[in-house]
Design a protein. Structure first.
Length: 322
């Protein structure tokens, strides 16, 4: 099972959506549109504003003499009410102060609330963010473990091919006195990679597009899956030429079969695959050398050397002298 198969699982999709959702929610709630408090009671006002609020409450009472309203407003200051009332006493007419004090005497003193100052809020925020970070870390670790365990199964043919490709050492043409190619690639086919079709862009050292080259399946033998490949096409396109040149690499059985040869002759020059063999493709301004770096035939009910188990090709491209 590869990563793409793992990601398609409903459980993995749900987990990814959850992580993304939490991340977007945190971004929105803390950065884009943070929470704004509205309709809070005077208990949460700054101390000097609480004093102003109580003065206005007393002024209002002297006008409307609404005892119930005065009691409600005073109670909204919470446990700090008595302290604030004592602080503003020197600024209030003694008669009015005494009358207001008598009116609010029926208001029970609220128990001291839990600390809600800046320090407490900061601690709460830190704890909340820490909890979210821990949750995200645990989820990320779980997803990593899931992906890792999901990739422990048998590797696909394409993945095996990529591993063989990385193991192939490219030819150092400069070590033999030759000019270094403008482009050099390695590709590997492994039995089971039924969609094998590798292509590469050919660019000059300055980054100019010169053309393309590649390798793909040309012919198969027998029936059933996986496909039993008996021939490959090596091709090159030159942007300064009007045609794509092709050579066909064939297994020994296919190369010696007149019917197969007749079928593939129209595609290009037919070449017997052999380890270490080189084939050359030329266009108006480009030359490609394809080296068979590794070749292994498949075994089974089909005739010997009739299909390919593995094929590694090195493609090196040079610009022709103007």
């Amino acid at each position: 099972m590869n990563i793409s198969d793992t990601i398609r699982k409903p459980s993995v999709i749900a987990a990814l959506c959850l992580v993304v959702g939490i991340g977007v929610g945190l971004l929105w709630g803390w950065v884009i549109s943070p929470v704004e408090w509205v309709d809070a009671t005077p208990e949460y006002l700054r101390h000097d504003l609480q004093q102003d609020y109580l003065k206005m409450t007393i002024d209002s009472y002297t006008v409307n003499h609404n005892a119930a309203l005065a009691q409600t407003r005073y109670a909204s200051l919470g446990a700090d009410g008595p302290t604030i009332l004592a602080e503003i006493a020197p600024t209030i007419d003694p008669t009015i102060y005494a009358e207001f004090t008598q009116v609010i005497s029926a208001v029970p003193v609220a128990p001291p609330p839990e600390e809600t100052g800046p320090g407490s809020s900061l601690i709460t925020t830190i704890l909340l963010v820490g909890a979210v970070v821990v949750i995200l870390f645990v989820m990320a670790f779980g997803l990593y473990y899931l992906f890792r365990s999901g990739t422990r199964g048998p590797k696909s043919a394409a993945q095996q091919g990529a591993e063989y490709t990385r193991a192939v050492e490219k030819t150092d043409f400069t070590a033999t006195g030759q000019e270094a190619p403008v482009s050099q690639f390695v590709t590997t086919y492994v039995l089971g990679d039924d969609l094998f079709d590798d292509s590469f862009s050919i660019d000059s050292p300055a980054g100019e597009f010169l053309g393309e080259c590649g390798v793909g399946i040309s012919e198969t033998v027998g029936v059933g899956d996986p496909k039993k490949v008996s021939a490959f096409e090596v091709w090159m396109f030159d942007k300064n030429d009007i045609q794509t040149v092709t050579q066909v690499l064939m297994t020994r059985h296919a190369f010696e079969d007149p019917a197969v040869r007749a079928k593939l002759e129209s595609k290009g020059e037919l070449v017997l695959m052999e380890p270490g063999k080189q084939v050359v493709l030329e266009t108006a301004t480009l030359q490609l050398v394809a080296l068979i770096a590794d070749l292994q035939y498949g075994e089974g009910a089909l005739p010997p050397e009739s299909f390919t188990e593995r094929l590694s090709l090195e493609l090196a491209v040079w610009q022709k002298a103007a």
